[in-house]
Design a protein around this ligand. Sequence first.
Ligand code: HGY
Ligand code: MN
Ligand code: MN
Ligand code: MN
Length: 422
Amino acid sequence: AVRRPHGTADTVPHVDGARLLRRIDRFSRIGGAEDGGVTRMGFSEADREARARLVSEARAAGLETSVDAGGNVFISRSTVRPKSPARPRILIGSHLDTVANGGRLDGAYGVLAGLEVLQCLAESGTVTGCDVVVVAFANEEGALFPQPFWGSMVLAGRLDALPSEPRDHAGRPLREALALAGGDLSDLASAVWAPDSVVGYLELHVEQGPVLERLGLPIGVVDSITGRTQLTVEVTGVAGHAGTSPMEGRRDPLVAAAEAVLSVERLAREDRLCRVATVGWLEVTANSPNTIPGCVRFSVDIRDSDSAGLAAAEQALRATLADLAERREVRIAIEVAVRTDRVRTDPRLRQEIAAAAADLGLACEAMPSGAGHDAQVVADIAPVGMIFVPSVDGVSHVPAERTAPEHLTAGAEVLLRTVLRL
Ligand code: HGY
Ligand code: MN
Ligand code: MN
Ligand code: MN
């Protein structure tokens, strides 16, 4: 038997699983490729299309929508004012943007499940203890504009950590892309939410790893989210002709970068300064077979639960790069894209998620997240809770990313129950 949630309607509403799955399918075609991969990088045309679709589907469901200066999309029932609430408020959501050639679920699942929860509450006329606001955070991945967690950082008021005139790797200004998405770079302060202005933030997400599948569990309750430092490194050397420039005296930035990539791997694999270390993006200029490159840029992504470990890894890498620059006579510039510490989720929200799962007869277990999430940034201003569902074969950020339909529905049901308990 299903227990009645605290102080609400007479009957407990259920999400419409089929509607949720249909929406996930529809959104996967925005920026979707033949192989099932989705490329919907933050503030790209495909991303704008997905945002517009979200707004139109929410409005068709009788819900209100708005966009803040940071480009975050909000959905609420018509009686609710997202920015200046009259009652306690719960924020639920995730992001619609993806990495290049990523999966259909990373991000979109949490947003669409949030919409489903809100639509279900509205349709059933359920009176909730708190106002529920759904958010689609802008540019969580930082795939095109290298400012991951852009939208949640704006909402949480980390404006000092953002560049004043962000640009993508091709030098295009975020200011213009943001305006096209309904935001306003000159007015970010208006998008900041005060600390404790929400009772809690809930994010439902696919696990993106193998743990739940191995344990045979439908639900994970996230207890902590990994710390992470992401850098953009630019190596400048001297370009030249591949056939006429003697090997002696070359200042080849790609060879220097190759050494740098190996030293990034060493940080985690051999020196164990951090849990994982990855170079996932590299850009060679001119990128021509018979030209010595003049400039190489690449990303560094290092993660660990221990901030001291992360700092030590970054320091070690900086020392190695300085040495490399001297030895190979190249110039190396390092920019910080993001630096976030490990964040713990809120014990009470963890408890409520576990209780919601128990209400539904779903087994769950506490687990850490090795992926980053907007929740870790929102944690600056509110208690956060995260619900995971299993990923088939534990893969994500690839076209093969999948979750069983029954797990997708179960996750949304747990999200709804958790909201009703608050
Ligand atoms: O990179 C991450 O962990 C996340 O998917 N943004
Ligand atoms: Mn991701
Ligand atoms: Mn994500
Ligand atoms: Mn020639």
